[in-house]
Design a protein around this ligand. Sequence first.
Ligand code: NI
Ligand code: MN
Length: 227
Amino acid sequence: MKITYLGHSSILIELADQQRLLFDPYISGNPNTDIAPEDIKADWILLTHGHGDHIGDAPLIAQCNQATVIGIAEIAGFFSSKFGVKAHGMNLGGKSDFPFGTVKMVPALHSSSFEYEGVNVYLGEPAGFIIQAEGKTIYHAGDTAEFSDMDLLGEDFSIDLAFLPIGDNYTMGPDDALRAAKRVRAKKVVPIHYNTFPVIRQDPEAFVKRLPKDTGLVLAIGESIEL
Ligand code: NI
Ligand code: MN
């Protein structure tokens, strides 16, 4: 599978069978990239929570591609009623089979709401995702603090690649993310959710140097890896 970092917490996974999974597409609002959201092709859009820097361009991309949004029940309901897109609602602890593999929705310690037409809408609990496809296991932590139940993710899954926020202020910072990486026992760790705004300025290279050898990987915006 091909994995591309689109900045902030946004990841695109392209599978050999042509299925494309897009996480948290905050593209047009991201000052660090000029990627055009209308150029992004996706079949599935996975949203970790309702904040604007995660929902971002999801309504546009879902509509342009007839993609299905996967999120917690409140987000799925909001997307189908307000934006008229296909949506699959899940909730914490639940796992579901999709044509591309399985998705487990796992906890995240954060908050979740979205400003829509001047009103702050409650969008359920924040979440992370564990995706299993093509024999690989990928963890997208969403926005979260470190929490001790991350140990269970490391026990239950053999995680090949984990996307962990390191920005601090809104999520765990590098020190806690380092411990989170140990808890989830991922073979590879890619830092996300940093340097988009001044308040989450971090040095991702310094972070990955503190991880066990050959574990950490900094992806530039637009950079792809094969997994
Ligand atoms: Ni958030
Ligand atoms: Mn965020």
